[in-house]
Write a protein that binds this ligand. Structure first.
Ligand code: RNT
Ligand code: ZN
Length: 413
């Protein structure tokens, strides 16, 4: 009997069907962020990364042209199981030789190459307006700025991006999730907290007043507690974004690096699912703060996955990755993080959920603890290996990354 067959029997004895779990997972779509490949730089300007986020490290081989980034994404995707989407930022617009337009005027044509890329690979595209790394971010503010020129510029950017998102959905035939995140906030204690928030609200109202097909474009709004240099006050706080999303039919987005260190997103998912049809996630790993480390197969990643599965919400949660590590091979960072999201979902799918719920409801917390602890040493790895085999990706990927690194990345100038 193969290791998988043995594992299947063991899981069967506790009421878990590994075949069903594998089948379900192969249908899950993970939206892979493009920005791991070039440290969140993009192609539309020469500004460094700003807006309270930071990449650290200078591992060689970073992609610096659209061609290089696409080549790297291809390599990474080829080593990641599950269905994928590619998540782009507006700053990744690709201009013709000699052409350039500012972010308030970008058009679907500036993403033509990305659409071709997606179509050729039969994947969907997600999108993000880029409200950072730009000279029109004045005093750290965009959509909440008291400067009308600044606010107008970024409102136009938002509208332009919704049109681009709709074009992605039309071109690929796959709905597009467009996420709004702005870095707006203050380093030190403000005198007026409601002013910026009311301007942010008015800006969003205006952006969302343009017509777009809500069955094809899902607008999500991401909250944050603080950023580097934005320690005291964040305009798009959890309360603001959640209230705005629910009141306006948007989808709330939770990034698990965006909360106080003892708060966990895994505990928030069930509440949001009771009030919102869809919920969106940025899966990342904060180390002490929103440090955007590569996602690991750790407790909280598994707990987030368990919540999605226990709530039977795979079709209601938009799962995207969001991290950027410049200190290690970037392709490996992509593969490791996205695989770990899939791995956590498989782990969650292999839980005897209804049994565990029964124990909880009958008040038998003793048995619940024992059973949950037992599960941790069940032969999960053998099922994971079988899943990868069926998906046609090898469990071992470091040698493929190393080969690509020496042939392609190390020769880049
Ligand atoms: C920043 C947010 C945001 C960005 C990306 C690049 O703290 O998490 O989602 O990481 O848009
Ligand atoms: Zn995020």
């Amino acid at each position: 009997m193969s290791r998988y067959e043995e594992a299947r029997k063991i899981y069967e004895s506790i009421g878990v069907d590994t075949e069903k779990a594998i089948e379900k997972l192969s249908d899950v779509c993970i939206s892979v962020h493009c920005w791991q490949g070039d440290d969140v730089i993009g192609f539309d300007n020469k500004e460094g990364l700003s807006g309270g986020i930071q990449t650290t490290g200078n591992y060689p081989g970073k992609a610096s042209t659209p061609e290089e980034l696409m080549q790297d994404i291809d390599k990474a995707l080829s080593l990641i199981p599950c269905k994928k989407k590619l998540n782009l930022h507006a700053s990744y617009a690709i201009f013709e030789e000699g052409e350039w337009v500012d972010r308030d005027s970008i058009k679907p044509k500036h993403f033509k190459k990305w659409v071709e890329f997606a179509k050729e690979r039969n994947i969907g595209l997600d999108f993000n307006p880029t409200y950072f790394s730009h000279p029109m971010v004045k005093n750290g503010l965009t959509l909440s700025s008291p400067d009308e020129d600044v606010r107008r510029f970024w409102i136009e950017h938002g509208k332009a991006c919704i049109r681009i998102a709709e074009s992605f959905a039309n071109e690929t035939g796959v709905p597009c999730v467009i996420n709004f995140w702005t870095p707006d906030g203050y380093k030190d204690i403000p005198a007026d907290r409601i002013g910026p928030r009311s301007r942010f609200k008015a800006s969003l109202d205006e952006i969302l007043s343009i017509p777009y097909d809500k069955s094809k474009v899902f607008v999500t709004l991401e909250s944050k507690v603080f950023g580097i240099g934005v320690e005291s006050y964040t305009v798009g706080s959890a309360e603001f974004t959640l209230s705005y999303s629910i009141a306006n039919g948007l989808t709330p987005l939770m990034d698990n690096g965006h909360y106080h260190p003892t708060e966990v997103v895994s505990d928030k998912i069930s509440s949001l699912l009771l009030f919102s049809d869809k919920v969106a996630l940025h899966v990342t790993r904060g180390v002490r703060w929103d440090s955007d480390h590569v996602v690991l197969f750790d407790d909280e990643t598994r707990e987030i996955a368990k919540e999605i599965i226990r709530c039977d919400a795979l079709d209601r949660v938009f799962i995207a990755t969001d991290y950027f590590d410049a200190s290690i091979n970037r392709i490996s960072a992509w593969i490791t993080g996205v695989r770990n999201v899939a791995k956590a979902l498989l782990y969650a799918l292999l839980e005897p959920s209804s049994e565990l719920k029964k124990l909880q409801d009958s008040g038998d917390m003793t048995a619940l603890m024992v059973m949950q602890e037992e599960l941790k040493t069940a032969p999960f790895g053998d099922v994971w290996q079988e899943f990868l085999r069926r998906e046609g990706v090898s469990p071992e990927y470091l040698s493929a990354v190393r080969e690509y690194e020496s042939k392609i990345m190390e020769v880049r100038v």
